[in-house]
Design a protein around this ligand. Structure first.
Ligand SMILES: Nc1ncnc2c1ncn2[C@@H]1O[C@H](COP(=O)(O)OP(=O)(O)OP(=O)(O)O)[C@@H](O)[C@H]1O
Ligand SMILES: [Mg+2]
Length: 410
């Protein structure tokens, strides 16, 4: 059996904190062995607003996953995104050093370092540099230049930057939860790799992750992410609208949204809903279709904002490869039709299948794990006789399903 290494991703979402643990073999193939999910109580619009609460959420999610895999987790790959992060494109160039002019891994390291030299405001930090391709003596599109002969080595790279204070807070929370960060990955880059087909990435396609507090838009063309932008809005706004409209607490509005909410009359159910308004002496009854009055305008407005972002990013016309939606909010019945109408192109929903249930809320956490597995140099351990590596996939899946039943009660 191939030797394996373990990787764990961490996604600090506005509504939920998620970790996914995978065993990675030498070829980079991932076998998911654990998941953990907890309610995020210290987050607002993708930003940490309460350190202690965020630490507790991380600890809860991690210990769930630890129980599942029967091992401690001490290192995570952190997924980041949201309005505090930006993506820039930069290039670097170096002279090949060896006398025989054969490009070595050290030359590659130097050229990637050279791509980090760019003017960024003092309050921002470089999070990662992701090479797209290399150019050797003017020949473009080289994926791995090591071993080639050349004089001049250039790299075309994506540089992810983040607001320093935001990153410090995230790091502090992760460290307080007794975890080390082995790598930081932009969720938009990881998500595009997993959720979009290579044809979509080549033709031009937008991956839009609509969560609870943030909508992240990653635009792809020519097989590369071209831009990453975030709008500080998501499903929470729909819940707040319902809470105000029905005069119910946020938690009850969220429950009503999840059970009966819809963005169109066609998609709405016929149920009669009974709820207790704040201060009212008797319960109120309304038909589920009435919820559309509160939800539809908000969803339409959200897609107006998204369309404006696409235009600002240079897509006056819809991308030829269409639009892919993901994130928890895209499960709202009728939302897909609003998206197609407002964005004027084909829209599909991406649901990751890797964890045994197809839930689009898990796209970021799953994608970060797969991206890290595919891109990082991993230390391998174990003899292959570890009992975990010998479990049958079916057993894992039934374990995931029962965990999901526990988490979501369904
Ligand atoms: N079936 C559903 N119908 C409508 N909305 C849903 C459904 N399931 C989940 N949601 C909404 O999805 C949102 C959570 O999505 P997700 O888990 O992707 O967000 P997050 O990653 O925690 O937050 P963010 O990415 O914004 O920081 C919540 O607003 C929730 O109400
Ligand atoms: Mg999210």
């Amino acid at each position: 059996m191939a030797k394996t290494s373990m990787l764990c991703s961490l996604d600090l979402g506005t509504s939920n904190t998620r970790v996914i643990v995978g065993e990675i073999d030498r070829e980079g193939a991932v076998n998911i062995i654990g998941i953990g999910q907890s309610k995020s109580t210290g987050m607002k619009k993708g930003i940490i607003i309460d350190i202690e609460a965020a630490v507790n959420s991380i600890e809860d999610a991690v210990s769930q996953a630890e129980r599942m895999i029967g091992e401690d987790i001490d290192t995570v790959v952190l997924g980041i995104g949201g309005p505090q992060t930006t993506l820039l494109r930069n290039s670097g160039v170096v002279a090949v050093q060896g006398e025989d002019k054969e490009i070595t891994p050290q030359d590659v390291t130097r050229v990637v370092q050279a791509a980090q030299v760019l003017a960024i405001p003092p309050e921002r930090e470089i999070i990662s540099v992701n090479p797209i391709s290399y150019i050797v003596d003017g020949y473009e599109g080289i994926k791995d230049p090591v071993g080639m002969i050349g004089v001049r080595l250039e790299v075309d790279a994506l540089v992810v930057t983040g607001k320093a204070t935001y990153l410090q807070n995230v790091r502090r929370c992760v460290e307080k939860a007794d975890l080390e960060i082995s790598d930081v990955v932009l969720k938009g880059i990881a998500g595009g790799n997993m959720a979009l087909s290579s044809d979509e990435r080549e033709l031009g396609c937008a991956l839009i992750d609509i969560g609870a507090g943030v909508t992240e838009i990653s635009l792809y063309k020519h097989n590369t992410i071209q831009s990453f932008t975030s709008i500080p809005q998501g499903g929470d706004l729909i819940t707040y609208d319902l809470a105000h409209g029905l005069r119910v607490p946020y938690s009850q509005a969220e429950q009503i949204k999840l059970l009966y909410g819809a963005a169109s009359y066609e998609a709405a159910g016929q149920e009669a809903i009974s709820y207790d308004s704040v201060g009212a002496s008797e319960s109120t009854q309304i038909d589920a279709t009435r919820l559309v009055e509160y939800i539809k305008p908000r969803v339409e407005e959200m897609f107006d904002f998204i369309r404006n972002e696409l235009i600002k990013s240079g897509f006056r016309e819809p991308p030829s490869g269409g639009i892919v939606l993901t994130g928890g909010t895209c499960q709202l019945p009728g939302l897909l039709e609003v998206a197609e109408r407002k964005l004027g192109t084909n829209v599909r929903i991406y649901r990751p299948e890797h964890i045994g249930v197809s839930d689009p809320s898990f796209t970021s956490s799953t994608a970060v794990l797969y991206y890290a597995a595919g891109h990082k140099k991993i230390k391998f351990h174990g003899s292959g006789k570890d009992s975990r590596t010998q479990r049958k996939p079916g057993k894992f899946m039934s374990k995931f399903r029962s965990l999901f039943t526990e988490l979501f009660g369904g």
